[in-house]
Design a protein around this ligand. Structure first.
Ligand code: GDP
Length: 528
């Protein structure tokens, strides 16, 4: 297979959903189709339950699982599929946002009974802003839920999408009979005990044929015909170009748990989902079929073994091939590095690979060279953009609780921030350090890891901030000088030295914006 074919057969995507909608179950069924696992139950749920927030061992265990499920790769119809894990728990939303910079498309899972939930809204918004192609999977059709048309409406309104159904349910819950696949024009009957089976479908391209009555009964046949007529009247025809541009989102219905409607989703997905897309670097747009290698770090994960302070940096390959033992330029450090054991990921194992292609993820052992967002290339000075930090929602001072271990503490904080566990802000006024996180759970993770991995102890103290706003660089005019003088107590630098205004309330933020209209404030570290 040549280079271009290798690129064309790759599909790198993420599944996003609100917790409990069925992401893990769907992932598992997809792997089952790929033959990557033999039975259900093999994929661990990478979920942190509320009750476990104070259970450190649970956090450790979960961290182990999330390494194992960071990338799940399998082959299906000769396509190489890479699923990137996106934690659903809101305390890990930032991790998910960063992972979304490395996917070429996404599948959005929605629970038929619950409809569009909060976390789905946030994640879809990020995908929409970046025009990432999305397919929607409405799950749990074996249960009573909302009416299909109401749900499609809800998806359009709450998520701001333009949908078109590619399959349509026949009944629901107790009456669920199956699915008509609009994309392939066939019917798949639901038997309810197909949890692990791969069901046969009945080809059915003429929905008006009276044979339909024989298959699903009179009432259901008429209802299906009416629904399809309405659906084709209301929704536009599927347009692959529009999907690829992020302007239209096809919708499938099914039940992941019953492995129902999943093959239809997968077949359509491998057919229409994009192979690795070009990526914007600060310098230029880089096409995946360029011969020279380039890639970027979107995730860093500490290793489980506390004796080896080794980390795994996850690189998404954007262009060219990544080869073992070849020197590559680490652009930020302006240093050539070689990797003797790059890891590739297959289902739940990882193994050393000699060559990887655009769309693939390689895991590189790292002893502290990498930060999230770093770029590696064959030699060109490229910096990939678009790995923003979002404003944290919790802020606390971090204090050293063991004066003998100050060095360890700062080293630990530094490395944990490189991993993207949380964000560090240093107050301009007095140099005190503030940790900002998306969820309270991170403070426990940080404290635990500082102690167990670095031998350092910390304590926290509340810092009354509401939001971190990045101040766009601007010239030193009178307004800017006054802003800096008046707001002195609330100004800090982030890890990259960018100026940040820590607003203490929504009200004070609004007042500040009114008073200093030329000072531009952003809620992410980079324009998204
Ligand atoms: P995640 O949090 O999005 O990864 O959700 P899970 O895959 O862990 O699923 C949450 C719960 O919903 C589990 O108890 C699943 O067994 C259940 N579930 C998933 N898919 C279906 C489905 O199609 N039908 C029904 N009835 N339950 C499902």
């Amino acid at each position: 297979m040549d280079f271009e074919q290798e690129i064309a057969r790759r599909r790198t995507f993420g599944i996003i959903s609100h917790p409990d909608a069925g992401k893990t179950t769907l992932t598992e069924k997809l792997l089952l189709f790929g033959g990557a696992i033999q039975e259900a139950g093999a994929v661990k749920n990478n979920k942190i339950k509320k009750s476990a927030t104070s259970d450190f061992m649970e956090i450790e265990r979960q961290r182990g699982i999330s390494v194992a499920t960071s990338v799940l790769a399998f082959l299906y119809n000769d396509k190489k599929i890479n699923i990137l894990d996106t934690p659903g728990h809101k305390d890990f939303a930032e991790d998910t946002f960063r992972t979304l910079t490395a996917v070429d498309s996404v599948i959005v899972v929605i629970d038929v009974a619950k409809g569009v939930e909060e976390q789905t809204e946030k994640l879809v918004e990020v995908c929409r802003m970046r025009s990432i192609p999305m397919i929607v999977f409405i799950n749990k059709l074996d249960r009573e839920g909302k009416d299909a048309f109401d749900l499609l409406d809800e998806v359009e309104q709450k998520l701001g999408l333009s949908v078109t159904p590619l399959s349509f349910p026949i009944g629901m819950g107790y009456d669920f009979k199956g699915i008509y696949n609009i994309y392939e024009k066939n019917i798949n009957l639901f038997s309810g005990n197909s949890k692990q089976n791969i069901e046969e479908t009945i080809a059915f391209d003429d929905i008006e044929s009276t044979e339909l009555e024989g298959i699903i009964g009179e009432n259901s046949a008429q209802e299906l015909r009416d629904n399809l007529e309405l659906a084709t009247g209301v929704y536009p025809e599927f347009d692959k170009e529009a999907y690829l541009e992020g302007a239209q989102q096809p919708v499938f219905f099914g039940s992941a748990l019953n492995n129902f409607g999943v093959r239809e989703l997968l077949d359509c997905f491998v057919d229409i989902a994009p192979s690795p897309r070009p990526k914007k670097a600060e310098e230029r747009l880089v096409a995946s079929n360029e011969k020279d290698f380039s890639g970027f770090v979107f995730k860093i994960h500490a290793n489980m073994d506390p004796k080896h302070r080794d980390r795994l940096a996850f690189i998404k390959i954007v262009s060219g091939t990544f080869e073992r033992n070849k020197p590559y330029l680490h652009v930020r450090l302006d240093k050539k590095l070689k990797f003797s054991s790059p890891n590739a990921f297959f289902a739940e194992k990882k193994e050393i690979v000699d060559i990887s292609y655009p769309g693939d993820i390689v895991g590189l052992h790292d002893t502290g060279n990498f930060k999230i967002g770093d770029t590696l290339t064959s030699g060109e000075k490229l910096s990939y953009t678009g790995i923003p930090s979002f404003s944290p929602e919790h802020f606390r001072y971090i204090n050293n609780a063991d004066p003998m271990k100050a060095k360890q503490l700062y080293k630990g904080i530094d490395q944990l921030m490189d991993e993207g566990v949380a964000q560090l802000f240093t107050l301009e006024l007095n140099g005190r350090k503030i940790i900002g996180t998306v969820g309270a759970l991170q403070y426990e993770v940080i404290q635990y890891r500082l102690e167990h991995e670095y031998g350092a102890k910390c304590s926290y103290e509340n810092f009354p901030a509401h939001k971190a706003c990045w101040v766009e660089p601007m010239e030193e005019n009178e307004e800017f000088k006054e802003f800096k003088r008046v707001k002195q107590k609330f100004l800090a630098k982030d890890k990259r030295g960018q100026l940040v205004f820590l607003a203490d309330s929504a009200f004070s933020l609004q007042m500040t914006q009114q008073k200093y209209p030329t000072v531009r404030l952003r809620f992410t570290s980079e324009p998204t």
